[in-house]
Design a protein around this ligand. Structure first.
Ligand SMILES: [Zn+2]
Length: 109
């Protein structure tokens, strides 16, 4: 008979996993992975659904914005995502903290 294992608190000791995203990956692929979109004003929105429309990407944010952007690796959005530039998260999108944490630990290489 084995002794019952002592329950240990594991919360807070979880290892932070680093997510790797290829630097020159398609913007569409990056957005699909990250599900976050930084607006021109620096607000980070959560992406609800995303579709590829030829050379464009069409997506809907959780706060109800429907946008169409060019699928370009050299666009502002690509650059901002790689550099993780944003001022704040959109309160209406209710981006969960874990998602923001995951985003900040994403490595573009
Ligand atoms: Zn939003």
């Amino acid at each position: 008979m084995s002794l019952p294992e002592k329950k240990t608190e594991t919360r807070g000791t979880k290892k932070q996993k680093i997510r790797y995203v290829r630097k020159h990956e398609d913007l569409y692929e990056v957005l699909q992975k990250i599900k976050l979109w930084p607006s021109r004003t620096g607000v980070l929105h959560g992406i609800k659904s995303i579709t590829r429309k030829g050379a464009y990407i069409e997506f809907v944010t959780h706060c109800g914005n429907k946008l169409q952007i060019k699928n370009s690796k050299t666009s502002r959005v690509s650059r901002w995502l790689r550099n993780k530039w944003h001022v704040r998260a959109c309160p209406r999108c209710k981006v969960p903290a874990w998602k923001l944490e995951k985003f900040s630990s994403t490595s573009f290489h």
